[in-house]
Design a protein around this ligand. Structure first.
Ligand SMILES: [Zn+2]
Length: 240
């Protein structure tokens, strides 16, 4: 029998968030606790900030109007009862029980596609090989992004979430919530250029400049809010 209290002591909310692979914006509340906001992955109809996790406090899902501690969070997101959630979190340090597959999520993120070709002519037509290697961009001759130049998408902390293809409309692999992404945000310095497309960001990187973009064609007010919060939280300046 798993001891709930010892699991809660062992695995904090930040770690549970990572274990569940949640992509969220990090901020801080007025008493200095870290706060993460993002779309609840299990509740449809919730907005892009429907799920809120507050360090040392707990979580709240505005879509389902439920909340609680880290056990309740794992239970909510995985759709399992609290006892199973405790077992999941208790076993989180012993990966032996987890079956491995090629695209297994690791550390809450996706395993990089190791077969992308940075040297391919379709890549070279856009950016230098060096930039392609730095940014993890490459042509996919097989797999989920086959036939396209695949570009990795990370969350704000740099955890790989999936890939987008450079066709129009953008193809997406793995669970990339396009409206939740500020592309390239994890990599940039203090001055950031807001660009129209992924390709523009890549070409800017080729010139040694830092750019970010949204992945959606139209930008919703929530996305601008997300950008503003990120700029505020990280002390960056954006150049349009
Ligand atoms: Zn929810």
């Amino acid at each position: 029998m798993v001891n709930f209290a010892s699991v809660k002591e062992k695995v904090g909310l930040a770690e549970v968030k990572t274990l569940l692979g949640l992509t969220m914006l990090e901020g801080e509340n007025n008493i200095g606790k870290r706060v993460w906001r993002g779309k609840c992955p299990v509740c449809s109809g919730g907005g892009p900030r429907s799920l809120v996790i507050t360090e040392d406090v707990g979580f709240y899902c505005f879509a389902s109007k439920t909340g609680g501690d880290q056990l309740a969070l794992a239970s909510h997101v995985k759709g399992i009862d609290v006892k199973s959630a405790a077992e999941f979190l208790n076993g989180s340090e012993t990966p032996k029980s987890e079956p491995k597959t090629a695209d297994q999520l690791t550390n809450g993120g996706m395993k990089p596609l190791d077969y992308l070709q940075a040297k391919h002519e379709k890549v070279q037509a856009i950016i230098s090989e060096e930039t392609a290697l730095t940014m993890g961009v490459g042509y996919a001759a097989k797999g989920i992004m086959r036939g396209t130049v695949a570009v990795p998408v990370h969350d704000l902390s740099g955890v790989l979430q999936g890939y987008v293809g450079l066709e129009n409309p953008l193809r997406v692999a793995q669970s990339v919530y396009k409206s939740q992404v500020i592309f390239n945000a994890h990599r940039v310095g203090d001055t950031v250029h807001l660009m129209p497309t992924v390709q523009d960001v890549l070409q800017l990187a080729d010139q040694g400049l830092d750019g970010v973009c949204f992945l959606t064609e139209t930008v919703q007010p929530e996305q601008m809010k997300m950008l503003a919060e990120w700029l505020f939280a990280t002390n960056k300046v954006v150049v349009f």
